[in-house]
Write a protein that binds this ligand. Structure first.
Ligand code: ADP
Length: 425
């Protein structure tokens, strides 16, 4: 098992504060990683955070933990699979709780779950029916759902009696009007299989919808905002008065913008044609669409915008093209959402790309002066930290960089579900 050596101030040994509080554990499951935050509900402080990377890899694993800024621990060991990683996390949290509170005093576990289909579009207590609904949608979210189903089951075993809440990424988009979520397909597909636009990255878009009015020192009433969550996967959301009215992902997280290694919007007949020509089974084509497409597929080089920006600057034509496609799709969606919202007041960039790539932000915003968007390239390029406005003072549309906080949204939703459940019993 991995050894964890502590270093830092004396507080490292004292562990978490002992006063009674509602502590919500937010695990963030990747296919080979487990990150977590432990959030105190009263003041929304992050009591502890950490990650286990390269789960299942042959090489040594890196594990790091911290509580506030006072504690950091690193260890190298072998973590064969998620169950072992979750056990290490639970043991670690129990230790942080100084042995006085079981499981470190965790009141609930909140999951940023992806797809629960039509019946679970919001935030819900995890139970067998919810797990079955997620299982039903595994083919639609093959990268995301299985790892969360497995993690929920393991957490239930390892932390028996601790309530678990699934905060579905689709939940924020539940306010989409019918004309924005209905597809032109045989009507019974909707009734039988839940075929419709759902939208994803709900926790991030929800955070941005709340954060932008704060940053602009105005109410969200009447605010026409486009939230751009651009990261390993990317989506846009058109938000009117704080509520989602359209979004770029669809029935699955595969739709919309070009993703790092997934195609985004694609004519379905491309898939049928290639399947027939290459005699591909559904499983094989899913692999190609999930792992070999998007920015990686176009560039033939990398799925990471950092690599592509570097290569494009050095003259790599397909890297440049991959970025051009990404930027063009973003710009087109902004135009479409300006039309859908009847004008625009703000555009916010978030996620690993949105927060870090000044080039992408600059390219997306250039040429949109006709909408009243006046960009401030200087402000945009400043290596500033933190949330900020990067449009010119005379711009009719505010452009912002927002450091999204999905874990906080999941924690708040989890507390809401707990409160509602307790109110009912
Ligand atoms: P995930 O969606 O997996 O949580 P992130 O939101 O962290 O991922 O986004 C990851 C992506 O952000 C990387 O693939 C990379 O393309 C991009 N990124 C991170 N830092 C930078 C940077 N400094 N410049 C450009 N792109 C960046």
């Amino acid at each position: 098992p991995a050894r964890i050596a502590h270093k830092g101030s004396g507080e490292a040994r004292t562990g978490l504060p002992r006063r009674s509080t509602l502590r919500v554990l937010i695990p963030n499951l990747g296919s080979t990683s487990l990150k977590y935050q432990l959030i105190e509900s009263h003041n929304e402080a992050v009591l502890a955070r950490g990650s286990i990377d390269r789960i299942g890899g042959a090489e040594s694993q890196i594990i790091s933990w911290e509580a506030g800024s006072a504690q950091e621990a690193r260890a190298v060991g072998h973590v064969p699979e998620h169950r072992a990683a979750i056990k290490i996390l639970a043991d670690h949290l129990a230790r942080l709780g100084s042995g006085t509170q079981p499981e470190g005093g965790i009141a609930a576990v909140g999951f940023k779950a992806v797809h629960g289909g039509p019946r679970y579009c919001g935030s819900f207590l995890v139970n067998d029916d919810l797990l079955a609904a997620m299982q039903d949608f595994v083919p639609v979210a093959p990268v995301h759902n299985p790892v969360y189903i497995q993690a929920m089951q393991i957490f239930r075993e390892i932390l028996p009696g601790v309530p678990m809440v699934a905060v579905f990424e689709t939940g924020f988009h539940a306010t989409l009007p019918e004309h924005a979520y209905i597809y032109g397909v045989p009507w019974e597909w909707g009734e039988k299989y839940g075929v419709r636009r759902y939208g994803f990255h709900g926790s991030s878009h929800r955070y941005i919808a709340q954060r932008v009015p704060d940053l602009l020192r105005r109410s969200s009433a009447g605010l026409r905002l486009v939230s751009c969550h651009l990261g390993g996967s990317s989506s846009l959301c058109a938000i009117q008065s704080g509520l989602a009215v359209d979004t770029s992902m669809g029935f699955s997280p595969q739709a919309g913008l070009e993703q790092s290694s997934r195609p985004g919007d694609l004519d379905p007949f491309v898939v049928l044609h290639v399947m027939e020509r290459e005699k591909l089974a559904p499983r094989e084509v899913v692999q190609l669409l999930c792992k070999k497409s998007g920015l990686l597929g176009i560039s033939g080089l990398s799925n990471d915008v950092r690599d592509l920006e570097k290569a494009a600057a050095e003259g790599h034509a397909r890297a440049r093209l991959a970025l051009q496609v990404f930027v063009y799709e973003l710009k087109k969606h902004l135009g479409a959402y300006a039309a859908a919202l009847g004008g625009l007041d703000a555009v916010a960039f978030a996620g690993g790309i949105g927060e870090n790539s000044w080039r992408i932000r600059e390219q997306v915003c250039s040429g949109l002066e006709f909408l009243g968007l006046h960009f401030d390239p200087e402000a945009n390029r400043l290596p500033a930290q933190g949330d900020r406005v990067i449009s010119a003072p005379d711009s009719a549309i505010a452009v912002l960089v927002v450091h999204t906080n999905e874990e906080l949204m999941v924690a708040r939703e989890t507390v809401k579900v707990l409160a509602a459940t307790r109110g009912m019993t």
